[in-house]
Design a protein around this ligand. Structure first.
Ligand code: 3PG
Ligand code: CO
Length: 555
């Protein structure tokens, strides 16, 4: 029968303290002025790279290696941390939704049948991120869902859009809204009452995560459910164009708006008897809105009016909370993650990051599952992020505080694994502010140093890696790899992640002599890291895990 017990590794000892450091958004790319990691002073990461060649390598962090539909899909934190923690490659949300739409199975599922009960008398509302970024959602999936739902009886449809500019170029929102409007116009020609009802920028409206700032979700609630927002427009394309003219705003931060009719009345508040679908497949930034739509007991903000709706997520976003209870596509069944195995095998675990990435090293790491496996064996510490600012203003973020917590956890002797996420290069990289991103990379490097110093003191082992690229390339490139210019001859800043591989380094005084990266796993990716770390804890990985990256040579 099944047992959680892992086999002892034939050569590697148990009981070493391991620091597992994930630099968020830290890829490896050519050295040039748009590579903020290269431009920044990063002596610690440089020394790992330039140290023993058998203890540093690159691993894949994008596309099929992390369960995304194609190798044109950039990596992201959800799939990256899922792979790191689960040790296997699961077909991820993006891919599962693609195939459910392609086969039509999405319409036979429990979730669709549930919302369909509202089609006769109620409105179908679709809420989500409108772009082709493929990180949280994809426009082509929304288009198919609109078509499929209308063919299956939805007569009145309202779309509540969140503009992107973070996983795609800033300014691209206008084109996405135009595409959507075209589709809705075609539905209207067929006699379906389909319109955009509200909108706002993803970082300011609805898509907060890890309970960093509930006001973000409240702004969305007011616009989507109550039909109230500071800006009112008759046309969504005009809305986005006009709001982009506000100084210092961008697609990510557009203020909330509602679409109104000739009498100034909102065209699509959510009311009793309606159906609601949140069409993002990615979990982190949907959990909070899902709670507000689903929970009866809810008091983080005043919902004012709580409509009786049939609500389904594109996926179920939290496997432990079973949230939401109805969903159109089943999420990847990530089970037996490395965290759960290690806890069952006596590995005491400490995990820490600041709010904006806290769930990455806990929730994502553990297969989109909130909470502890065993609270006696684990401690998760969240350092409150600065809220209400864009992180280019404070690019150091909480790197120092995270490193101090990690250091203290390492020195305490109470933990066998100390796992952190250092957010700087990603969060500041997403602002598109190159100078600030350089500062961010330096701050992350200093944090790594503090953690490595603590590992040195206790005779431990470190594993330093990243979840996907971001700060190593801050410019949109053409097919030849040259910076792409806009109409005015200015370079186009890349706020998104990249397709680049990420480094992984191992070392520390506790690393047994002879441990080195194998040469026969040239295509290794993030999913290979879990088995590697299990080995370093003195265990063999389960046989269905992606293979380890290390071997023990004779010195
Ligand atoms: C976000 O949600 O901030 C971006 O879309 C992706 O960033 P992450 O994958 O690094 O969290
Ligand atoms: Co990111």
């Amino acid at each position: 029968g099944f047992s959680w017990k892992l086999k002892d590794h034939p050569k590697l000892p148990k009981g070493k303290t391991i620091a597992m450091v994930v630099l968020d958004g830290w890829g490896e790319a050519k050295a040039n002025q748009y590579n903020c990691i290269h431009v920044a002073e990063t002596p610690t990461m440089d020394s790992l790279k330039n140290g023993a060649p058998e203890k540093w390598r690159l691993v894949k962090a994008h596309g099929k290696a992390v369960g995304l539909p194609t190798d044109d899909d950039m990596g992201n934190s959800e799939v990256g941390h899922n792979a790191l923690g689960a040790g296997r490659i699961y077909a991820q949300g993006a891919k599962l939704v693609d195939s459910a739409l392609e086969t039509g199975k999405i319409y036979d599922g429990e979730g669709f049948k549930y919302i369909k009960e509202s089609f006769e008398t109620g409105t179908l509302h679709l809420i989500g991120l409108l772009s082709d970024g493929g990180v949280h959602s994809r426009l082509d999936q929304v288009q198919l869902l609109l078509k499929g739902a209308s063919e299956r009886g939805a007569k009145r449809i309202r779309v509540h859009i969140l503009t992107d500019g973070r996983d795609v170029l800033d300014g691209s929102s206008v084109g996405f809204v135009e595409t959507l409007e075209n589709d809705l116009a075609k539905l209207r020609e067929k006699g379906i009452d389909a319109q955009v009802a509200s909108g706002g920028g993803r970082m300011y409206v609805t898509m907060d995560r890890y309970e960093n700032d509930w006001d973000v979700v409240k702004r969305g609630w007011d616009a989507q459910v109550l039909g109230e927002a500071p800006y009112k427009f008759k046309n969504p394309v005009e809305a986005v164009k006009k709001l982009r003219e506000i100084p210092n705003t961008s697609d990510q931060y557009l203020p909330p708006f509602v679409i109104v009719d000739d009498k100034g009345k909102a065209v699509g508040p959510i009311v009793d008897g309606d159906a609601v679908v949140t069409f993002n497949f990615r979990a982190d930034r949907m959990v909070m809105i899902a709670k507000s739509l689903e929970y009866e007991d809810f008091n983080t903000f005043d919902r004012v009016r709580v409509p009786k709706i049939r609500y389904a997520g594109m996926l179920q976003y939290d496997g432990e909370l079973k949230l939401p209870s109805h969903y159109l596509v089943s999420p990847p069944e990530m089970e037996r993650t490395s965290g759960e195995y290690l806890v069952h095998n006596g590995v005491r675990t400490f995990a820490c990051s600041e709010t904006v990435k806290f769930g990455h090293v806990t929730f994502f790491w553990n297969g989109n599952r909130s909470g502890y496996f065993n609270p006696e064996m684990e401690e998760y510490v969240e350092i409150p992020s600065d809220s209400g600012i864009t992180f280019n203003v404070k690019p150091n973020m909480k790197a120092l505080e995270i490193a101090e917590k990690a250091r203290d956890a390492i020195l305490s002797g109470k933990f066998d694994q100390v796992r952190v996420n250092l957010p700087n290069s990603d969060m500041v990289g997403h602002t598109g502010d190159i100078e600030a991103t350089v500062v961010a990379c330096k701050a992350a490097d200093e944090a790594v140093k503090m953690i490595l110093d603590a590992i040195e003191q206790v005779g431990g082992i470190y594993v330093v890696t990243a979840d996907h690229g971001n700060a190593e390339d801050m410019v949109k490139r053409d097919k030849k790899g040259e910076p792409q210019l806009d109409k005015n001859g200015k370079i186009q800043i890349l706020t998104s992640h990249t397709l680049e591989p990420v480094p992984i380094a191992i070392g520390g005084p506790g690393l047994a002599p002879g441990v080195r990266f194998r040469k026969d796993v040239p295509n290794g990716g993030l999913a290979n890291v879990a088995a590697t770390v299990m080995n370093l804890h003195g265990f063999e990985a389960p046989s269905d895990y992606e293979t380890t990256l290390i071997e023990v040579g004779d010195n």
